[in-house]
Ligand binder design. Structure first.
Ligand code: CUA
Length: 362
């Protein structure tokens, strides 16, 4: 009996210890406490206010309870006597009804105000950047209607400017969540939800689908690249160059073979590269070489990682819908993958500064 009690206590200590330790990570790129914009800042403000109010309530209730437990415990010399009965005391009933009402009002009013502020449909102002976001199992499409740009898994925004997202889903429920910058909102098929945010400082902010959407839900990530207005415009301009002009990096014969493979291996049926193909079921790959990640934020976009992804997509991101394009015993596999990697990486502008930022942020 005593032995089993000891075991239970040990297990409890272990569980509490693990919970405390789990808060010790020095790297928390998706922490809502490390805010990077006014929307996240206001949400954090409400959270902290509610938290400290809860701390005060806990302190008052716990000290009252402790006082009662100590002062009114059973006394040997009062054995058998019944304490004063306070059942039906109007004064006490009124106090413990009234105080919670005040607490709820104190929390409810600012929360309601903030919900109104963040929720109201904001008719885009001239200066706003509008992005249409569509969730797919398990990646993100980002369209900039005013700029004529469609991209995937990497949301580029200028700093200090309001961004309005129109959120939609192509299949099941997803949720857009960019913890350091914005709140969280569902993406629902055949319904447009809105979310707006602003980013204060340049940088790369990690986002994540926050609604269980089966399969690779945990790998349905995205990156938000916030840059000063001039850099954002540079990025947008690079997008509107024809793809064949971009493909000028590397060995011409290899790039040509890569492009042929892109057409013949079936990639073109699912992916768009402006001026090359028009597939729509997979992420748009125009300007892919300038992107920082492969497989919706799962791997950094390096030639090695892209080759790993093409060789066995299921190994990188289990259950995703990208087919395996080469049999394991195909003698041409490695050579062809190298050519396809060279072609895809040649699309678009360079990305060294961005990659350095991401790596520095780790
Ligand atoms: Cu999309 Cu979870």
């Amino acid at each position: 009996m005593r032995e089993s009690k000891k075991q239970v206590i040990n297990l409890l200590c272990l569980a509490v210890g693990l919970m405390v330790l789990s808060g010790c990570a020095s790297d928390h790129p998706q922490s809502i406490f490390n805010t990077a914009g006014p929307v996240a800042e206001s949400v954090k403000g409400i959270f902290m206010f509610t938290f400290w109010l809860a701390v005060v309530v806990f302190a008052v209730v716990a000290s009252g309870l402790t006082y009662v437990l100590i002062n009114f415990r059973r006394h040997p010399d009062k054995e058998g006597s019944v304490p004063d009965q306070i059942h039906g005391s109007v004064k006490l009933e009124a106090i413990w009804t009234f105080i919670p009402i005040l607490i709820l009002i104190a929390i409810g009013l600012p929360t309601y105000n903030l919900i109104q502020e963040l929720d109201t449909y904001q008719q885009p102002q001239q200066d706003d950047l509008v992005v249409n976001v569509t969730g797919y199992q398990w990646w993100w499409k980002f369209e900039y209607p005013e700029l004529g740009i469609t991209t995937a898994n990497e949301l580029h925004v200028p700093t200090g400017r309001r961004v309005i997202l129109n959120l939609n889903s192509a299949d099941v429920l997803h949720a857009f969540w960019l913890p350091r910058v914005a709140g969280k909102r569902d993406l629902i098929p055949a319904q447009t939800n809105q979310l707006w945010f602003e980013v204060d400082d340049p940088g790369i902010y990690l986002g994540q689908c926050a609604e269980l959407c089966l399969g690779a839900h945990a790998y349905m990530r995205f990156r938000t690249v916030a840059s000063p207005a001039a850099d954002f415009e540079k990025w947008a301009r690079a997008f509107n160059q024809p793809a064949n002009q971009q493909a000028a990096k590397g060995d011409a014969a290899q790039l040509d073979q890569g492009k042929q493979l892109f057409m013949s291996k079936g990639c073109a049926g699912c992916h768009t590269i402006d001026g090359v193909s028009m597939g729509v079921t997979g992420p748009n790959l125009t300007n892919f070489g300038a992107r920082t990640s492969v497989a919706a934020g799962v791997l950094d976009n390096t030639p090695e990682n892209l080759a790993r992804w093409l060789r066995d997509p299921q190994e990188v991101k289990p259950t995703n819908k990208m087919p395996t394009l080469w049999q394991a015993d195909d003698p041409n596999r490695d050579q062809e993958i190298d050519a396809l990697v060279a072609y895809l990486e040649s699309l678009g502008a360079d990305k060294p500064e961005l990659m350095a930022t991401i790596q520095a942020g780790r």
